[in-house]
Write a protein that binds this ligand. Structure first.
Ligand code: KG4
Ligand code: ZN
Length: 339
């Protein structure tokens, strides 16, 4: 793509968990670069993300990741209109690295600074390389830390319809995987193993909540762990593939049911599914089937935009930029920032 002078080029920075990421996005949708340094291999030996180790590794990588994002886009810092960084929710030590780096760039290049809510970033992943997808729509955010249903009434306007009371879907995937002896992060491993098992082999529970758009996965997680421990105590052979498939089906069932119900509740015929768990093959399959039946236009970004990345942060930043919503140097990391 050859750039025009009035194209808006946003540099996005994301360090809320275990990915050090930077990207340049043009006009809120065209991804000129998307650089991700994943710390998965570093945290794998601990079975999950260690906050202090995450922060230290962000410090070691942030400058080269940002430089690579600029180089791959063929741009210098002086070509960038604004720098957008995640300031919450997430791990405080990790957030501070990307956010303070962004402050430094903003000050040095004299360009605006924009603070982005990580969940808003996930929602904006629906706009990447897809200029046809515009609000209003319902967004299902399913990741390791978050599980929300949101009515996106306009750019930057969010009405939270439902959220998890306890674990997020990805968290449940990771914990069940760990108990099956699978490496971190477990979602993709369960996805793979489930293909060899029976989704109806074991009747795991689905939580029923007062707000039909809320979620709860801790009861399901406990039921799976009890099933595993019970069988071990009785000396029974475990069929790991059946456990993975039946657990995955219980999660996917609820995600699909609630997402469809949310669309019907607000009268929307557009659904975006974002966040790491949106990579799940069974979730994609069942959603595609249900949405086709009900005439709901489904959009799931490609996997690299579903898991944590900075292109989504830059896309969200674009909409703040055109409204002139800028932060100043007092911007702080907020671990439990709400949408
Ligand atoms: O969005 P993300 O990269 O980080 C957060 O914001 O949390 O999501 C990571 C989560 C992890 O829990 C991971 O196990 C899960 O997404 N995940 C999957 C799959 N790929 C990643 N869960 C189920 N099936 C998958 N294929
Ligand atoms: Zn995320």
């Amino acid at each position: 793509m050859s750039l025009a002078k009035d194209d808006i080029k946003i540099l996005g920075i994301e360090t809320s968990c275990d990915e050090t990421a930077a990207a340049v996005v043009i006009n809120g949708g065209f991804v000129a670069s998307n650089v991700i340094f994943s710390q998965i291999d570093i945290h794998k030996i601990h079975g999950g993300v260690v906050p202090e180790i995450a922060a230290r590794n962000h410090i070691g990588k942030i400058d080269i990741v940002v430089q690579n994002a600029l180089d791959e886009a063929g741009l210098g810092l002086n070509d960038i209109n604004a720098v957008a960084a995640t300031h919450g929710p997430g791990l405080i030590g990790a957030l501070l690295v990307g956010m303070n780096f962004a402050k430094g760039l903003s000050f040095a290049a004299n360009i605006p600074l924009i603070g982005i809510n990580h969940l808003e970033g996930h929602i904006a992943s629906a706009y990447l390389e897809n200029s046809n997808f515009t609000p209003p729509f319902v967004a299902l955010i399913v990741s390791g830390g978050h599980n929300h249903l949101v009515h996106v009434t306009d750019y930057g306007k969010y009405e939270v319809l439902g959220r998890t009371h306890d674990d997020a879907a990805g968290e449940a995937f990771d914990k069940v995987a760990r108990n099956l002896g699978l490496p971190y992060p477990g979602g993709v491993q369960i996805d793979r193993l489930a293909k060899e098992g029976g989704p109806q082999a074991i009747a795991f529970p689905r939580a029923k909540l007062e707000n039909l758009l809320d979620f709860s996965f801790s009861g399901l997680k406990s039921a799976v762990l009890n099933y595993i421990n019970g069988a071990k105590m009785k000396g029974q052979e475990l069929n790991h593939a059946d456990i993975a498939a039946s657990f995955q089906e219980a999660v996917v069932d609820v995600l699909v049911k609630n997402a469809v119900h949310a669309c019907q509740t607000v009268g929307s015929s557009k659904l975006a599914v974002v966040g790491g768990v949106a990579c799940n093959s069974r979730l994609r399959e069942l959603l595609t089937q249900k949405c086709a039946e009900l005439n709901i236009a489904l959009h799931i970004p490609k996997p690299i935009f579903c898991t944590d990345n900075a292109a989504m942060i830059a896309a969200a930043g674009y909409h703040h930029y055109i409204k002139g919503n800028f932060a100043d140097m007092s911007l702080n990391g907020t671990p439990s920032l709400m949408l």
